[in-house]
Design a protein around this ligand. Sequence first.
Ligand code: NAD
Length: 283
Amino acid sequence: MSKLIDGVLVANSVKAEVKAEVEALKQKGISVGLAVILVGNNAASEIYVRNKQRACEAVGINSYKYLLSESTTEEELLALIEKLNGDSKVNGILCQLPLPSHINKSAVVSCIDPIKDVDGFNPQNAGKMLSSARCLLPCTPQGVIKLLDYYGIEIEGKNCAVIGRSDIVGKPMAVLLNERNATVTLCHSKTKDMKNILKNADIIVSATGKPRLVTADMVKAGAVVIDVGITRENGKLCGDVDFENVSKKASFISPVPGGVGPMTIAMLLKNTLKAAKLQNGEA
Ligand code: NAD
């Protein structure tokens, strides 16, 4: 039976660190602020934004919410971002995805000042990440690395399989694991014989949104399995991994919910703090 990776526990420890540092900055007269922009009425996005705001409040970060109607134009959204780029109270800017189809996501992501880009999606930050330069890193992959570190799971020299190659999870996940000296195979929907690749992996990170994609026969005994996927099935949240059976084989496994999800928000808070420190010469 595997050991459960408790994302709530680790996220709480990250949040406690952030809270203490935010408090220390306040003592120096520096407040930390995050602007969250939501365009349109996506029910899931509304919940994410609310959760992010509550998390900010809990650690003493000021949050500024901008709820824009579905009919907001790209020009209007870019104008708001430009305004926030120039607002010294705002250290981090997050524009909740997905955006309505008439708005160009790349233009929005590129408009956010890289030093306020707490999602780490701006191409300047993505480029810096690729060249191992200091930058704001995407929250979910950063959260996965934190989970591995917290549980003392060695990454260096390990065979890692990442499933999913999105710009926000899979690709940066592969880069961060490589940065930690793992040998990484990035699998996706066109990968042939994925089972063979997974069977050879010491660490598997799955981020596809396909429930029960990773089954016990694909996993090596003693492997570490991190499930990033979140899908709602019959009102219940589930991940990419057949948890019941894989947990009998893996050495460590993260559950859904309660695994990677809480880490994403914790790392957003950490990124906001880091942005504030960078902007105030405190980093
Ligand atoms: P995406 O849809 O952009 O990408 C999915 C990826 O999965 C693609 O690269 C695709 O090639 C791959 N894929 C699909 N079917 C596959 C298959 N059968 N075999 C191998 N690869 C396959 O998704 P995303 O934005 O990266 O999100 C992935 C999942 O992670 C979703 O369920 C999402 O909700 C979840 N997610 C969770 C968090 C969190 O905080 N826990 C954060 C972001 C995303």
